[in-house]
Design a protein around this ligand. Structure first.
Ligand code: 5GP
Ligand code: MN
Length: 339
């Protein structure tokens, strides 16, 4: 298999640190997705096998379609179990920061994270990481943080330790962050890693089925409603916006994760190069951006909507009424796309 192209500065120091059993805390970003939870649990299984005591902390709850993952029951949600999470961070020997590039991506968890004295290690693939950790395994070339966790295990010369549990978690991270192996980030190495993970006995259809074929009827009807009544298309410039009000969310009894994937769907329209999902929340609007090819939504999200992410998939937010946010997108995005 191709060797990892990433490296870790002072790897020897890190290896020395992990040479004896340690209390390790693994943190990931707000509104965790398949890669956030998959990479965190995959790393946790690996470190436990190495004899370390691990605690996985997520800032808040994640979609039910990820709850089947091995180790799920051990994830601590910071918004529900603050004291437990804070104790773990305070007494940690090493803290991993997975699938995020800046402390503000963990919301309220940022304070106890930054107050913790333990050395920190970043494993991430988002653009423009802030330097808030002591060690780092980072490249925007990686399809997913799960891929980088595999690289980490390889750099630690431990690939023979990979077992079914680690494989199921890392596979989930890769599967979800590559859009089921569709995105341009799906390199030959991604397939090689995937093949290696599959050899641990993964039933990959079953994993796919649990993640993608567990929608509620109301989610399907909600998608139909959005496509029929809530999608604005500017075919000339080549972008689309789907707007979802709080009323819509109540009408279709939306659960966490029910809007997942919706933002990608307008890209199926011939000629549409950029897509926006604007979801109204109490006091602000959450934004998701997707694009094809060279259109850089990370820069757009940073410039206009307090956000960031990747070139083809970014997010942001705006503290304004939904209609004002839609107006702002219609005002800024065409100019941005045409510049
Ligand atoms: P999604 O649209 O799925 O919420 O997010 C797409 C990508 O953008 C993810 O990689 C996510 O980490 C990133 N992202 C989403 N929201 C924000 C945000 O508010 N700030 C930053 N910096 N990145 C975000
Ligand atoms: Mn990711």
């Amino acid at each position: 298999m191709a060797i990892p192209t990433v490296s870790i500065d002072r790897l020897d120091e890190l290896k020395a640190l992990l040479a004896t059993p340690k209390k390790v805390v693994i943190t990931t970003h707000y509104n965790p997705d398949g890669d956030a939870i998959g990479s965190s649990l995959g790393l946790s299984h690996y470190l436990r096998k190495k004899g370390h005591l691990t605690t996985v902390i997520a800032p808040n709850e994640y979609p039910k379609f990820l709850h089947w993952m091995p180790g799920n029951q051990e994830v601590i949600l910071y918004d529900k179990s603050q004291p437990v999470a804070e104790q773990a961070l305070k007494h940690a020997d090493l803290i991993f920061c997975l699938d995020y590039n800046a402390p503000d991506r963990v919301k309220d968890l940022a304070k106890p994270l930054q107050e913790a004295e333990a050395p920190k290690m970043l494993i991430d693939h988002h653009l423009q990481p802030e330097s808030f950790t002591d060690f780092s395994l980072h490249t925007t070339q990686a399809s997913s943080t799960a891929e980088l966790v595999y690289d980490f295990i390889e750099l630690m010369e431990d690939t023979e330790l990979i077992d079914y549990q680690m494989a199921a978690c890392l596979y989930t991270g890769i599967l979800t962050d590559t859009g089921s192996f569709q995105h341009a980030s799906t390199t030959a190495r991604v397939h090689e890693i995937t093949a290696d993970l599959m050899r641990q006995g993964l039933d990959t259809f079953d994993i796919y089925d649990k993640i993608f074929n567990t929608a509620s009827i109301s989610r399907m009807r909600f998608f139909g409603h959005c496509w029929s009544n809530r999608m604005f298309v500017n075919a000339k410039v080549g972008y689309a916006i789907i707007e979802v009000s709080i009323k819509d969310q109540l009408r279709f009894h939306l659960q966490k994760g029910d809007t997942e994937g919706l933002v990608n769907t307008p890209l199926q329209i011939d000629g549409i190069q950029a897509s926006v999902l604007a979801t109204e929340q109490e006091g602000y609007v959450k934004l998701s951006f997707r694009s094809k090819g060279d259109i850089d939504m990370n820069t757009f999200a940073r410039q206009y909507f307090n956000g960031g992410g990747h070139k083809n998939a970014a997010g942001g937010m705006e503290e304004a009424p939904l209609d004002k946010v839609i107006e702002k997108i219609k005002h800024t995005l065409p100019k941005y796309l045409q510049s």
